[in-house]
Design a binder for this molecule. Structure first.
Ligand SMILES: [Zn+2]
Length: 251
């Protein structure tokens, strides 16, 4: 089995860790090969659990204190206490809260947002005492999930945008292109495609996060089949990568 591959988010403050995963290094097979972290996409739950534990071992978060959501492409962002309310990796593969963003100020609680084309966003407050994770596809972007997350984060430090489907691979119908352009500006439309990353950045800036404080890790999920799951490329038969962020506990 190959080693787990993930991107470390650069520039995190001391005690904050954030990573974006790839599909490499897990135990799942077939369309979920191999580091699938999603429990609602048809994979063997035993493999998903094993993958989550492998990732925890590679990156250092506590899998017993990781919070996931039942993501529904809306704009609800929930505050996660000391494992209150949102489910865990170990106790429950699915998060209990139907929402698309989380914030927490609890050291040791890892926020996990999943995607397979949608934009994963993680961020921290200026005082590094609160962290945020948001899942933003076009529906969530239009609904305002990014702005909702930024509002709950408080005074922003920095945010990071992980790999998502690029405008190279995301043609949509004209009605959606027009709606996206009206909401986020003409730059969010490229020919017959929309640029979710551009839209997410516009939403973050509109929410008060200065552009220099937005880190873009890059990557098109659909172009890079060796590295990423892509819902559109794989016609829905695929796994989920994730963005994770947590405040390390004091030793
Ligand atoms: Zn592409």
């Amino acid at each position: 089995m190959s080693r787990i591959v993930f991107d470390e988010v650069p520039g995190c403050p001391p005690r904050v860790r954030a990573v974006f995963t790839t599909r490499t290094g897990g135990e799942s097979t077939g369309p979920h090969a191999s580091l699938n972290l999603g429990s609602a996409c048809g994979d063997d739950p035993g493999h998903v659990r094993a993958n989550r534990n492998l990732l925890a071992g590679s990156t250092g978060f506590d899998p017993d204190r990781a919070a996931t959501l039942t993501q529904v492409h809306e704009a609800t962002v929930v505050a996660v206490g000391p494992l209150g309310g949102c489910g865990t990796f170990i106790g429950s593969l699915d998060g209990h809260a139907a929402a698309d963003g989380m914030v927490t100020s609890e050291p040791g609680v890892a926020l996990v947002v999943q995607g397979a084309d949608c934009v994963p966003i993680v961020g921290w407050s200026a005082d590094a005492l609160t962290v945020m994770g948001v899942h933003a596809g076009w529906r969530g972007l239009m609904a305002g999930v990014v702005e909702a997350g930024a509002a709950m984060l408080g005074t922003p430090g920095s945010v990071a945008i992980g790999a998502c489907i690029g405008p190279c691979c995301y043609p949509v119908d004209v009605d959606l292109r027009e709606a996206i352009a009206i909401r986020f500006g003409d730059g969010a439309v490229c020919g017959e495609s929309v640029d979710l990353r551009w839209a997410a950045r516009a939403a973050l800036v509109a929410a008060g996060i200065p552009s220099p404080q937005i880190v873009d890790v890059g990557g098109c999920t659909s172009c890079d089949a060796n590295r990423y799951f892509s819902h559109r490329r794989d016609a829905g038969h695929t796994g989920r990568q994730a963005g994770l962020i947590w405040i390390e506990e004091e030793r």
